[in-house]
Every structure is written in structure tokens, then in C-alpha cells.
Design a protein around this ligand. Structure first.
Ligand code: SF4
Length: 326
């Protein structure tokens, strides 16, 4: 929030009271100009307000089957150590401090309001290089205001990708978009059943059991849901984790292995993370990748069997798994 106490979001009427193995995004989201020099601290992250040139970005690469990505923020307070989005930042300090900064696109609402071309039927992926439910979103409601505008004006086909339970708050708007003739699917990223692993690889993310509870309630509200295990980090108990995933009521599941060789790690976190992974897998550090892949395949088999038993589609993988659902 600015020093004046007003949230500096342009185009919002009336002003709001204080109350994110991904994928194919251009760097344009990071080309922005500071509009408010004040920085506030939310949790461990510094939050700044910036002006962006565009809100809806034409897709490329992994998400090319979508029409646009929509990122209300840049940077991400969740600070996953392996986050690919960190490496889109041109600023080395920002890459090293990933998880400790968030930029709010202060003119996002204004940009969407000014849009003249219809978004009816357009496939929008929100978000590809940040999580649209940052902790600051709870008070700022920027994502919520953007959803309201989408619901008022168009019939978009929207995939919302998050790992925050805050997504539950906006079920009324997802419902409204659907009732108006648009489509919505909420994707929840769930990566492990092991909280030690979660805390090491995703230090500031909500616990996985909270994410599962949230997706259960979104599904119960009549919104299509998908659980994205992207990446799947480690599973301690294949049967129980598979049952927990299916027990949410989600209709779709996508998984992706962790890419140890290609994976980038922010701020010297690689060694600590890999040591813990090897320890959990019960093997030496020099052969833990092979052990991980074996365990991933075992879990894949267990989950696919349970999916079949429940008349659900098989687990999707990689780019095909992320194909638009409608
Ligand atoms: S939630 Fe994690 S993976 Fe997603 S953008 Fe944020 S830091 Fe990256």
C-alpha cells in the first residue's frame, strides 16, 4: 500500500479499501515502469506498484494452444526454489531474491477496461509467470477485480493456475463467468505429501493439505478443477496420496517429473534441496535421480489405476497434459 494509505491501482472505481514448471511467457511482463516509489512488506516479500505496457500477452511455446496469458503480478512471494519464472527477470538481483519481491501491475484494471476487442471464446491462462493469488491479493483484490471485469464484459475460456487456497474466495466470480456463457477451470498445483520437502523446495507456499482442501471446495462449488503435480517432487505414500488427490473430487490430473539436470535453482538452494531429496529417497546423492524417476513411475502407476477405478481420465503429462480443457 502506498504511504498515503490508498492502494495505487489505476482504473478502479471505487477505489479498493484495504481489506504462478511452467511455461512459455514472453519477457514483456517484466518490462514495466515504476509508478509508485513506496514499497510495502508483506510477509517476507517487498511489494512495489508498477505500470505495465500490456496485461494480456500472446502465448508462445508450452502454452501456445492458449490465446493469452494474464499475469496480474510479476515476481512471486511463494518463492519456489526451482521456479523457471525467476529466470525471466533480466535483473540478477531479482533472480537471486526470487520469493522476496512482488510487483503489482497497478494499471492492470485500467488496461482491461480500455480493451475494445472482445475476449469472447478466447483462451486465457492466468497466470504463467506468477501466482494470481499472492498474499497481497487478499487485501488488494486485483485478481478479483480483473475477474469481475472479465465476467461483466465477455465470455472467456479461463484456466486459473494457483497454489493458494485464496482461490476459493472467487468461486462466485467463476460461477458468474460460467453462467454468462464463459468457461472456467481452476488448476491447483500440489507437489508432494511430504512437508519437509515442501518447506525446502517451496519455502513460502501454503502446505499441500491446504491446497487439497481448497480444490475440494472449488470443485464442490461446481467449478471444474484440475490438480497439477508440476513438478511432482516426492511421494512418501503412493496409495494414500493418490486417494487424497482423487478424494478432492477433481476431474483431471497432470504430472511432470522434476528436471534435475535442466532445473534452475535460485539463491544457492540446489545443494540443500538435493541432499534432502536423496535422504528421503534413502539413497546416495550421486544416484538419487534414477531412484526418483523409479519412484515417480511407481506413483504414476498407482494413481492411474485409481483413476481408472473411478472412471476418471488418465493422468496427463507435459505439454499434452496442459492442452486447453475446453
Ligand atoms: S508459485 Fe512457485 S512456481 Fe509458481 S510462479 Fe510462484 S514461485 Fe514460481
Amino acid at each position: 500500500m502506498s504511504a498515503s494509505g490508498q492502494l495505487p491501482l489505476a482504473g478502479m472505481e471505487p477505489p479498493v479499501a484495504a481489506g504462478p514448471d511452467r511455461v512459455g511467457e514472453a519477457q514483456a511482463d517484466y518490462i514495466s515502469t515504476e509508478v509508485d516509489t513506496s514499497i510495502e512488506r508483506v510477509g517476507q516479500a517487498d511489494v512495489a506498484y508498477v505500470k505495465t505496457g500490456q496485461l494480456l500477452t500472446k502465448t508462445t511455446g508450452f502454452l501456445a494452444a492458449y490465446d493469452f496469458t494474464l499475469n496480474p503480478y510479476s515476481g512471486c512471494s511463494f518463492g519456489c526454489t526451482y521456479c523457471y519464472a525467476a529466470f525471466f527477470s533480466r535483473d540478477a538481483a531479482k533472480r537471486d531474491n526470487w520469493g522476496y519481491w512482488v510487483n503489482v501491475k497497478a494499471n492492470a484494471i485500467e488496461l482491461l477496461r480500455k480493451r475494445r476487442r472482445s475476449l469472447d471464446g478466447e483462451l486465457i491462462y492466468m497466470s504463467s509467470v506468477t501466482d494470481p493469488y499472492q498474499p497481497i491479493e487478499r487485501q488488494l483484490e486485483l485478481t478479483r477485480r480483473l475477474l469481475e471485469l472479465l465476467a461483466e464484459r465477455w465470455k472467456p475460456k479461463l484456466v486459473v493456475q494457483t497454489r493458494s487456497p485464496l482461490v476459493e474466495r472467487d468461486c462466485d466470480l467463476f460461477r458468474r463467468i460460467e453462467d454468462n456463457g464463459g468457461r472456467v477451470q481452476v488448476n491447483m498445483t500440489v507437489t508432494t505429501d511430504d512437508e519437509d520437502i515442501r518447506r525446502t523446495f517451496e519455502p513460502f507456499c501454503p502446505a499441500n493439505h491446504r491446497r487439497l482442501a481448497a480444490i475440494r471446495s472449488v470443485q464442490a462449488a461446481g467449478i471444474d478443477t484440475c490438480i497439477t503435480m508440476t513438478p511432482l517432487l516426492l511421494v512418501n505414500d503412493n496409495d494414500s496420496f493418490a486417494a487424497d488427490l482423487i478424494g478432492t473430487g477433481a476431474r483431471k490430473f497432470i504430472a511432470q517429473t522434476f528436471h534435475f539436470n535442466r532445473g534452475k535453482f535460485v539463491a544457492q538452494t540446489r545443494n540443500q534441496a538435493f541432499d534432502l531429496m536423496a535422504k528421503k529417497l534413502g539413497c546416495k546423492r550421486d544416484n538419487f535421480v534414477g531412484e526418483y524417476v523409479k519412484r515417480y513411475r511407481q506413483f504414476f502407476g498407482v494413481l492411474n489405476k485409481k483413476l481408472r477405478d473411478n472412471n476418471l481420465p488418465p493422468l496427463g503429462e507435459g505439454k499434452d497434459g496442459f492442452a486447453p480443457p475446453f
